[in-house]
Design a protein around this ligand. Structure first.
Ligand code: ADP
Length: 209
């Protein structure tokens, strides 16, 4: 099954994508993670996008589309995947429509107030990528990953200023995709403001799994 997870930053797309990946055995392709990996390896692409990402702005469409196309050509993507964080603009959706036929678009809906609370409290394991929240999903020992003991980090774009910018960028560039995919008849909206287990149930209903 080929699907897109659409929604504002902090709606929990990444968390739900890991659960769906485990349930369905298809890859979770997060453009944010792919860019962050390039930044940490200091590739040419990483050097180009670092400051854009730190501000919470969008990477230009041509760079993003080229990176996604390359990823979708890998053999593990043949049977299906969860695209998380892509497309984020109408031109990206148009480019994607030319290369794949999607089965489902899950739209994660959540209030700005809740998104800000989630993002500014988010912590991530730099080693395995596991995500925590200082209040809602704390690790067993403060500041340390339960799985591998690595020191948790705060993403550069999870500062209040960058979060507010990301929400504005979402409103302007990404939200129009909801009507774009509604017109295509593919969209299923889930209430992403609930607790993770409940949201996962909504997602499973949407995907009929
Ligand atoms: P979130 O959804 O929490 O904002 P992501 O991890 O999906 O974060 O993305 C982090 C950053 O990576 C974005 O703010 C943006 O700079 C860049 N990025 C990710 N996906 C895209 C995309 N499809 N188009 C342009 N930029 C992107």
């Amino acid at each position: 099954m080929k699907m897109i997870f659409l929604g504002p930053p902090g709606a929990g797309k990444g968390t739900m994508a890991s659960k769906v990946k485990a349930a369905m055995g298809i890859p979770h392709i997060s453009t944010g993670e792919l860019f962050r990996d390039n930044v940490s390896r200091q590739t040419e692409l990483g050097l180009q996008v670092k400051s854009i990402m730190d501000r919470g702005d969008l990477v230009p469409d041509d760079l993003t589309v080229a990176m996604v196309k390359e990823r979708l050509e890998r053999p593990d993507a043949e049977k299906g995947y969860i695209l998380d964080g892509f497309p984020r603009t109408i031109p990206q959706a148009e480019a994607l429509a030319k290369i794949v036929e999607l089965d489902c678009v899950v739209n994660f809906s959540c209030s700005d107030e809740e998104l800000i609370r989630r993002l500014t409290g988010r912590r991530q394991c730099p080693k395995c990528g596991r995500i925590y929240h200082i209040a809602f999903m704390p690790p067993k020992a403060e500041g340390v990953c339960d799985d591998d003991g690595a020191t948790l980090s705060i993403r550069a774009d999870d500062t209040l200023e960058a979060v507010q910018n990301r929400l504005e960028v979402y409103e302007a560039a990404t939200k129009p995709l909801i009507s774009w995919y509604t017109n295509n008849g593919l969209i299923k909206t889930v209430d992403a403001s609930a607790a993770p287990d409940a949201v996962f149930d909504f997602v499973k209903d949407a995907l009929e799994i």
